[in-house]
Structure formats: structure tokens, C-alpha cells
Design a protein around this ligand. Structure first.
Ligand SMILES: Nc1ncnc2c1ncn2[C@@H]1O[C@H](COP(=O)(O)OP(=O)(O)O)[C@@H](O)[C@H]1O
Ligand SMILES: [Mg+2]
Length: 308
């Protein structure tokens, strides 16, 4: 069993008399893209600040590649690259000068390594331009390049997709994938499940300072399907189709452009057979998820009880 890239044991943070996070147990595998998901105020940044040594641990411990953050801080940190909240960049300097300046903080970072990280985050064309002319997505990527300079085995990013457009998020996903393939573990937080679904292998959900669950993205998607499917059936005679489907004791209703049907996936062939048998022309059968991932998230975090 390879050593966990990041392990937290009963991690807890109190600020004043308030417990902000408690019992945080995470086991992040080497080479995975792990999503740390939770609504605003859940405790993501608080946890991450402890992991990267920006905030004192109240209780518990953190191990990075086997090194305790409490007792072997330097060894633990030399393998970590991180951006907490926003990357620190000099806006009036070029991207390249930012990287060169940052590189001086470490021993042995060559121009070749700088070129390598620039290529990795696809900033070759813009790297000589001033950071103030960069889009938000480009700044994030420059921040990631900076965090990667010293070849950390673990990259920790706190809400890197905040404010990014879909294209920026797609770039980020591609970048995480290629990093993971090269053996860098990526730990990334977000409050948006759909983004985590696109970017991550596994997702850990934090809510009110506690871990709710850790699941693979596939498991989360399965959960979203388990409640059944919704179909929009478009036919030559929707009135007749509605009667036909209702006769099967399947829940259906008329919509402007077809018949909406809620059922289990296993009953879909039966519907098609019945319609064809009744000589109704079927033009389209569009499937929609009955339960969105957001529904699953809300179910797991139990928010509907508080808001309902
Ligand atoms: N320095 C602090 N003092 C008091 N409360 C804090 C402090 N920092 C964070 N909190 C509270 O802790 C909770 C978790 O915050 P945070 O970790 O920033 O959440 P997230 O990053 O998931 O949005 C919030 O309720 C926040 O108000
Ligand atoms: Mg935060």
C-alpha cells in the first residue's frame, strides 16, 4: 500500500471558543485529483490553512507523504505547492518575471524548469506580457505554475475555479489530469459540485465543519440516477401517447412539446413498445436526470431540512 499523499487524523480547529472544523479524516491517494467540496462557510479554507501550515492545528495531525506537519514541518512542506485564496502575483511585472522572482526563493530552479512549468499551464504565448493584462484564468494558471516550480508531489488549491468561465474550468481540468498522470496529487476545493464532478476522481464533502462523506465521482453520479429517470417523449399524437403511458400506471403529464414521463430506467422499453403498438409515431425520447447532482449534494448535507 503506497503512502498517502495527504492524511489528516481527527483534525480540529477552534478559534476562540468556537469549533470551526472537527474530526476531519482525509486519506488522499498519490496521483489522484481529490475534490474538497462544501458550501461557503463549511470550513474548507480553515482546513487547508492548517494543512499548509498557515494556521495552527488545535487537535489531531496532518501527514504529507508520511511527514507530520506538527513534528516534521519542513519535510512535510517541501513536497507541497499551494494557492490559498488568491495567488500572490506582481501585476505590473510579466508572468515570466513573476516566476523568476519566485524561483529565487528555492535553490536550484533553472530557466529550463521555468520554461517547463510555463508549458505545463499553457502560458507560452502570454508569459512575457504583464500580469495586469491577464484574464482571471491566466492568473490562476500562472499561480499554479508558481506553485509547481519546486516540483511538489502534492498541489493544494483553494477554490481555483472561482470566477472562471467554462473555458477556464475546462483548461483547469485538463491541467489537473495531466499533473495527476505525471504523479502529482491534486487536492482542490470548491463549493460547486458540477465542477468537482468534471475535475476530480473522488470528492469529500464537508459541511458545518465536519466530513459528511467521501465518494468517487462515479458513485455520486450513480446516486443521482438511482431515483429514476425523467423522459420527454415527443410523438405524432401526444394526447394519445399520454393516455397510452398512463394506462401502464406510469406517471406522465402533458408538456408544451411532448409528454413528460417519470419512471425507472427498466420500464422505458415497455413505454416504447406500448407507443409503437398503439401506432403512435415516436420522434424523440429525451432522458433527463430525475435527480441532479445538486439534489444529491443537498440530500447528503441535509440542507433541505434547515431551509425547508
Ligand atoms: N478567524 C476566524 N475567526 C472566527 N471565525 C472564523 C475565522 N475564520 C473562519 N471563520 C469561520 O469559520 C467558518 C468556516 O470558514 P472557512 O473555512 O473560510 O469556510 P469555507 O472556506 O468552506 O468557505 C465560517 O463560519 C467562518 O465564518
Ligand atoms: Mg474558503
Amino acid at each position: 500500500m503506497p503512502e498517502a499523499a495527504l492524511l489528516t487524523k481527527n483534525l480540529r480547529k477552534d478559534i476562540g471558543s468556537k469549533t470551526i472544523v472537527s474530526d476531519i479524516n482525509l486519506n488522499i491517494h498519490t496521483g489522484e485529483v481529490f475534490g474538497f467540496l462544501g458550501p461557503n462557510g463549511a470550513g474548507k479554507t480553515t482546513t487547508i490553512r492548517m494543512i499548509v501550515g498557515l494556521s495552527r492545528i488545535t487537535q489531531g495531525d496532518i501527514f504529507i507523504n508520511g511527514h507530520s506537519v506538527r513534528t516534521a514541518f519542513r519535510e512535510a512542506m517541501c513536497d507541497v505547492g499551494c494557492i490559498v485564496e488568491n495567488p500572490e502575483l506582481y501585476k505590473y511585472m510579466s508572468g515570466l518575471d513573476n516566476l523568476r522572482m519566485f524561483a529565487r526563493l528555492y535553490a536550484g530552479i533553472t530557466q529550463a524548469r521555468i520554461d517547463e512549468v510555463v508549458k505545463l499551464v499553457h502560458l507560452e504565448d502570454a508569459i512575457r506580457g504583464k500580469v495586469k493584462t491577464y484574464s482571471l484564468g491566466m492568473r490562476q494558471r500562472l499561480g499554479i505554475a508558481q506553485a509547481l516550480l519546486h516540483r511538489p508531489r502534492l498541489l493544494i488549491l483553494d477554490e481555483p475555479t472561482n470566477g472562471l468561465d467554462p473555458a477556464g474550468i475546462r483548461e483547469m481540468r485538463g491541467l489537473f489530469r495531466s499533473l495527476a498522470e505525471q504523479g502529482t496529487t491534486v487536492f482542490v476545493s470548491s463549493h460547486i459540485l458540477a465542477e468537482m464532478q468534471q475535475m476530480c476522481d473522488r470528492v469529500g464533502i464537508i459541511h458545518h465543519g465536519r466530513m459528511v462523506t467521501v465518494k468517487t465521482v462515479d458513485e455520486l453520479v450513480d446516486m443521482s440516477h438511482s431515483g429514476g429517470v425523467q423522459l420527454l417523449v415527443r410523438t405524432g399524437d401526444n394526447g394519445k401517447a399520454l393516455a397510452c403511458i398512463t394506462e401502464l400506471n406510469i406517471q406522465a403529464g402533458m408538456e408544451k412539446d411532448g409528454v413528460r414521463v417519470s419512471t425507472e430506467p427498466a420500464r422505458v422499453p415497455e413505454i416504447v413498445r406500448a407507443l409503437v403498438g398503439a401506432q403512435i409515431d415516436v420522434f424523440a425520447l429525451d432522458t433527463q436526470e430525475a435527480h441532479s447532482l445538486e439534489d444529491v449534494f443537498i440530500k447528503l448535507t441535509g440542507e433541505e431540512q434547515q431551509n425547508g
